[in-house]
Design a protein around this ligand. Sequence first.
Ligand SMILES: [Zn+2]
Ligand SMILES: [Zn+2]
Length: 343
Amino acid sequence: MGNLMTAPYPETWLKILPEGLYCVPGGFFIDPTRAVERAVVTHAHSDHARPGHRAVLASRPTLALMEARMGEGAWQTSQALGWGETIRLGEVSVWLEPAGHVLGSAQVAMEYQGSRAVVSGDYKRTADPTCDPFVPVTCDVFVTEATFALPVFRHPKPADEIAKLLASVALFPERTHLVGCYALGKTQRVIALLRAAGWDGPIYLHGALLPMCAVYESLGIALGDLRPATVAAKAELAGAIVLAPPDAIADRWARRLADPVVCVASGWMRVRQRAKSRGVELPLVISDHADWDELNATIDEVAAPEVWVTHGREEALIHAAGTRGIRGRALRLLGYGDEDEVA
Ligand SMILES: [Zn+2]
Ligand SMILES: [Zn+2]
């Protein structure tokens, strides 16, 4: 790391190309948005993991989740890396460290001629029983997302949000609680949080959420009694908790449910207007992204003199880093968005 007198400046070996972030001496892209020869993939969300690459390097859970989502089109060849296991790609040493975002989510650490860059993908710092926690890696340039990079975003404790849900279930025992959560990561986290809060009865799932839960379970994340909501009788769903993709909560599918209390689990539920416009009766502020404090604390912890921001609210984050003497650069990468935001 970091002899700034001799180590190459990161901008000379990490480039922004139309396909995404490219490591020149390593000959690979990180989370390219188009099919490429060689991709290192941080995690299996659809904006980071695209189909059709020739070779994919990722964590083992990420490969399993990608394969379940994409089937045969996922790649031609793949290689799994364990946490901290270093390999050589071209002239670059590459290893993965957990990012704490969803199961398998990784930061990509790269070292080239004494210059170290870390691409964190999407990440969070709050404990999550469904994935390994974020490991800070000191570096010369830290590449970060900025999804919730505004001081207004301070995520509450997830256990408190789940307590609100269970209080509402107790208050309205005849109604179905319908919780919108995206399929990969949020769903399994909400289930795990419910289990941790003592809800050990069945949890009903929209069909679109079942495949990712099956992969989580096959990788050792126990989720308890899950049942397909589609085959359950209406009476059975009174007083039940049903999880569905956010875009299903307002459509015909939800009409089968007993007078549903519509909930959405998302960092965006911090924005009251957004909850209201989507007809959400019970917003649950549960995010898989770092909030304002976590972003800034992480930037300080990795002690990089320079931070590159991939996407999100980059101005506020770059400004805040600047006041602490850290250089910021907005990459304005296109094609990335939160799966929450898509809905
Ligand atoms: Zn993601
Ligand atoms: Zn993302």
